[in-house]
Design a protein around this ligand. Structure first.
Ligand SMILES: Nc1ncnc2c1ncn2[C@@H]1O[C@H](COP(=O)(O)OP(=O)(O)OP(=O)(O)O)[C@@H](O)[C@H]1O
Length: 585
């Protein structure tokens, strides 16, 4: 199947803040009780934390009044210790509960993301670039998961500390709260600046990472092409450029963080100064004691810690939010139009296409008002020039692409074998029984025999337990094709589609793979796309495509006799075969 380059407009969507919040609320369905517990325990434990500053303030006043003996100091110390222990225990419980809820919600999101990614139309993924989807289900999930240890303690502690400490300041003497509130805009300005600057920087960083992943995936997938055309240098340069783009964006992000630090230092000095001045004025007017001012200063100091920490983790938070938006963007992609209903009533016809059209995105029509019936048990071959739409037709019949217009009726159980065979890491048995779990070893062996692939059992003494795929016994392309055809036989579908499934065979192996394909197709409806016309000639009917339309249809013999396009293709192919066998005259 030929492809087209991805454009910016094809990118997978990224959710907005409101959409993400709505989705997270939906995903938190099973954790609402836990979240309520977080709220209650958090407020109570932070309130307990207030006891310390108040006790120290009282001690200061007693000392100034000359009324503090050893007993007072010991009592205050004990109160400090008990409140610290209770506060810490409460905070630990809060953080644990919040972390569990976070991971539960993330796990649900990850499952939904993978489920959605696996059901995305293939052309949608191809247009966006496989790297983007891989990056969203790996890099982004990691970024959101890794943010938990840094972000959750700070967010929960800060939220409750702000509520309780500002309340405490106001209860002490309202001018303390006012003084703090007057300086709060400086903190908020620092945060606003950061929130305005940060997301762009982090989005750009993530996008650069996606682009790099895409380049690396393409270089690896196209390994054979890269080697074949000597593109190693060029690919290396492209990957290097993408990596430098990531480095540049990361540097930009860290610079923004340093500028935030400077703003935070200013805000901190101003806050402490404002409460100190308020204390000075209040004490001067007899409205507060030195102990009261001490309590106020301690409360502000307690407050500044988590607020500043919040600023420090806000970059992690921003980065995690950018990733979360990208993950939610995939989850909320609306399901496309479902493939046509499976054929049940008419057992004589396996596939019925009526005036179907299809285009990739906004591109030109690749299938154009195409009508085709395939009788149950019939084996048809589809031929035509490169780009005629053969693979697209096969994918539409398989239900991978929904038709843009027209109707497509097909059997329920369809299996497709293409030129690209992925051998999963696992045993031969695992790979063969993917689509037919529970097959007995005898059935598996029979399938291997029937497709002429029994030699796979001799790859190692382990037979069916031979490890293949990544890290396992390497398979040649032809062996992988044999494996796929035997797998198809085991899956026993109503309709088998072979799209260039035997194209990898060299001249010595083409007969072997053609026989394997024949065995896999026997007794079921089959659609074969092949450039080797020897395989085409054995089919019941040949369909010739041009520009997304069927221009000829009939048996091999009839089409040859008709002397049309197929007859020309056949003559050219035979001449090519003759030349290959005998050499030029
Ligand atoms: N994923 C895709 N995105 C956009 N355009 C595509 C995509 N796949 C195929 N096309 C375009 O659709 C047209 C038909 O492609 P298709 O692969 O179906 O043709 P084909 O007859 O199978 O060609 P070939 O024999 O080279 O595989 C071509 O113009 C191709 O560029």
């Amino acid at each position: 199947m030929t492809g087209a380059p991805a454009t910016a407009g094809d990118a997978l969507p990224v959710a907005g803040g409101r959409e993400t919040a709505g989705e997270v609320w939906r995903l938190s369905r099973g954790n609402r009780l836990r979240l309520a517990a977080v709220l209650m325990v958090g407020i109570v434990s932070t309130a307990v934390d207030l006891i310390g500053p108040v006790a120290v303030g009282l001690l200061v006043d007693r000392v100034r009044a000359g009324a503090a003996g050893l007993a007072t100091v010991l009592t205050v110390t004990a109160v400090l210790a008990v409140s610290a222990v209770l506060g810490a225990a409460g905070t630990a419980v809060t953080i644990t509960l919040a972390t569990r809820a976070y991971h539960d919600i993330l796990a649900t999101l990850r499952e939904e993301l993978i489920a959605r990614a696996l059901t995305l139309p293939q052309h949608r993924v191809e247009r966006a670039g496989t790297g983007d989807l891989i990056s969203r289900s790996s890099d982004d999930v990691t970024a959101v998961a890794d943010a938990a240890p840094a972000v959750i303690p700070v967010i929960t502690v800060t939220a409750f500390t702000i509520i309780v400490s500002v309340g405490g300041l106001a209860a002490l003497e309202w001018p303390y709260a006012v003084a703090f509130a007057l300086v709060l805009p400086v903190h908020l300005l620092a945060m606003r600046w950061y929130l305005r600057t940060g997301p762009h920087v982090y989005r750009a960083e993530r996008a650069a990472m996606s682009a790099r992943a895409q380049q690396i995936v393409e270089s690896q997938r196209g390994h054979a092409t890269v080697l074949g055309f000597g593109l190693g240098e060029q690919r290396h340069h492209t990957v290097l450029t993408a990596s430098w783009a990531v480095a540049a964006q990361t540097l930009r992000a860290r610079t923004v963080q340093s500028m935030l630090n400077a703003r935070l230092n200013v805000a901190e000095c101003l806050s402490l100064g404002a409460v100190l001045v308020a204390g000075f004025v209040l004490i001067g007017h007899g409205a507060s004691t030195v102990g009261g001012a001490t309590t106020a200063m301690l409360l502000v100091l307690r407050l500044l810690g988590p607020v500043n920490q919040l600023m420090f983790v806000i970059d992690t938070l921003q980065s995690a939010l950018a990733s979360l938006n990208r993950m939610i963007g995939v989850v909320t992609i609306p399901a496309g139009s479902p493939p046509g209903p499976p054929l049940t009533a008419d057992t004589a016809t396996a596939v019925r296409l009526r005036e179907v059209s299809f285009r990739y995105g906004a591109g030109p029509r690749v299938l154009d008002d195409l009508t085709l019936d395939i009788a149950a048990g019939e084996r048809i071959a589809v031929v035509g020039a490169s780009g005629a739409g053969k693979s697209t037709l096969a994918a539409l019949i398989a239900g991978i692409h929904p038709p843009e217009t027209g109707t497509a009726v097909r059997p329920e159980r369809i299996a497709v074998v293409t030129q690209e065979i992925h051998v999963f890491a696992g045993t031969l048995r695992d790979n063969l029984t993917l689509a037919a779990p529970g097959s007995t070893d005898d059935r598996i062996r029979a399938a291997l025999e029937a497709t002429g692939a029994a030699g796979l059992l001799d790859l190692s003494p382990a037979g069916l337990d031979t490890a293949v795929g990544t890290g396992g016994h390497p398979l040649t392309e032809a062996q992988a094709q044999q494996l796929a055809l035997a797998r198809l036989l085991l899956a026993d579908p109503d309709l088998a589609i072979l799209d260039e499934a035997t194209a990898e065979a060299g001249s010595t192996q083409s007969g072997l793979l053609d026989r394997a394909a024949d065995a896999a197709l026997t007794g079921r409806t089959g659609l074969v796309i092949a450039h080797r016309l020897a395989q085409v000639a054995t089919c019941d009917r040949v369909v010739v495509m041009e520009h997304g339309r069927i221009i000829e249809s009939g048996s091999h013999t009839d089409l040859i006799a008709a002397g049309g396009v197929y007859a020309g293709l056949w003559a050219a192919w035979r001449a090519g075969q003759h030349l290959a066998a005998n050499g030029p005259k």
